[in-house]
Design a protein around this ligand. Structure first.
Ligand code: NIG
Ligand code: FE
Length: 425
């Protein structure tokens, strides 16, 4: 299949973009791209490519941007129930961490998720995955963390493996047993930490070896390093154990309080440190001197109605690798749309559309360590890409609240997205 005449073809070639190098789109005007067997076989201008491949079936992309699919490197896509009531409570003045302390928040979703059967979890999550995919995300990270007990956490892992197999959205899976202190250990956070380290992590490690298909790497292990969740010493204990079992690492850090979780992530060689709102200069320097990607989640402060966002300009000055994600979850940020995250990033962190696009593609792929396969349009990479309804990439970020994606291509298969036209019944 030869896709030709793309007004702008964004290759985003050359690997993750660090610090002030962020924003190199590698634009080919009037671009064309040849897909063969799920992969990108060749790229060039339309004239060149028509000459080289005169007999290929074609797809006309005129008037469109052709770009890599979004990679969403931080989501909590699988859960039971919703928290609309708490949204209302927060509008009336309750604070997120106080609701959690009172047994609500994450713990209320834990109750609903524990009650949900595998089938129910699958069907609740499938509808979200449809929205993820149709708004242009072709690979998403997805965390467990609403079980906080072995049986439910394994059920979530099983559901995520099933959904990844079903496709077309591809998932990178994370074990987040350390999302909150399990209700059974309410007054004993150290007890739950020890239980995670001594019992749950070894079980997950063994379970994965027997249940996951070979092409699925070991899941990430993530910790919510925060006041009221896991302190720095407990986060270290969990991540060090995970590392010794061969798990790659992630951390939730600096969402509300600065506990130096980002420095810990850099020290342990984590793939990413995420949230990073109240991050100190020292943490920024540690990230800049590491391969740990800073994943910013602007939908979260927005979802909480807060005014403070990731200090992205400082991070770029320091030389940090910045990525963007949605954080899709029922508590702080229920949105499936990376396009919305980009629009927020432009306004709240002053990223240019080009910087936001790179943060949401190749840098996001690096945050889940899949940059060798996805995140850019380069020969040999997986054919994961988008055709937009618009001819200029700057419309991303500029426009918000509507879907600018008209076709999603995943592993070479083309999916058309209903962009909102209607017919009378
Ligand atoms: O990334 N901060 C921890 N986890 C989520 C919120 C999860 C929830 O409230 O259910 C986050 O914002
Ligand atoms: Fe999160």
């Amino acid at each position: 299949m030869l896709i030709h005449s793309a007004t702008q073809l964004l290759t985003i070639a050359g690997g993750p973009q660090r610090g002030r190098d962020l924003g190199e789109l590698g634009i080919i005007e009037n671009g064309a791209l040849l897909i063969r067997e799920e992969k990108i076989h060749d790229i060039g201008t339309t004239t060149e490519m028509h000459e080289k491949y005169p007999d290929e079936p074609t797809l006309d992309a005129s008037g469109s941007v052709l770009m890599p699919g979004f990679v969403d490197p931080h989501t909590h896509l699988i859960w039971g129930g919703d928290r609309a009531k708490e949204f209302e409570m927060r509008l009336e003045g309750a604070h997120y961490l106080d609701i959690l302390k009172a047994g609500g928040g994450i713990l209320s979703t834990v109750q609903d998720t524990r009650k949900a059967s595998l089938e129910s979890l699958l069907s609740q999550t499938r509808s979200r995955l449809m929205r993820v995919f149709s708004t242009g995300t072709t690979t998403a990270e997805a965390k467990t963390g609403y079980g906080l007990q072995t049986a439910t956490e394994l059920r979530m892992l099983k559901a995520l493996l099933t959904l990844d197999r079903e496709g077309p959205l591809e998932l990178a899976i994370t074990f987040l047993g350390a999302h909150a202190i399990a209700p059974e250990f309410k007054d004993d956070p150290q007890g739950y930490t020890d239980h995670l380290v001594e019992t749950m992590l070894p079980i997950v490690s063994e379970w994965w070896e027997t249940h996951a298909p070979r092409r699925q790497n070991k899941p990430f292990v993530d910790v919510f390093c925060e006041t009221g969740a896991f302190d720095l010493a407990q986060s270290r204990q969990i991540l060090e154990k995970a590392k010794s079992l061969g798990f790659p690492l992630k951390i939730h850090a600096d969402e509300f309080d600065n506990l130096s979780g980002a420095s810990l992530a850099a020290e342990l060689g984590a793939a990413s440190a995420d949230h990073l709102v109240v991050t100190s200069d020292e943490d920024i320097a540690a990230l800049a001197n590491s391969e740990t990607v800073a994943v910013s989640l602007p939908c979260t402060p927005f979802g909480l109605g807060h005014c403070e966002y990731t200090p992205a300009q400082k991070m770029l000055d320091a030389g940090v690798i910045l990525a963007l994600a949605t954080d899709c979850n029922p508590g702080t940020a229920w949105t499936e749309s990376m396009q919305f995250s980009l629009a927020l990033a432009c306004r709240s962190m002053k990223l240019t559309p080009a910087q936001a696009i790179v943060s949401a593609t190749i840098n996001a792929a690096y945050a889940i360590r899949r940059d060798d396969r996805i995140g850019s349009l380069e020969i040999g990479k997986q054919a994961d890409m988008l055709l937009l309804t618009v001819p200029d990439y700057r419309q991303l970020g500029y426009r918000f609240g509507t879907n600018l994606v008209k076709k999603v291509i995943k592993r070479g298969r083309i999916y058309s997205v209903d962009v909102g036209y209607y017919q009378t019944a």
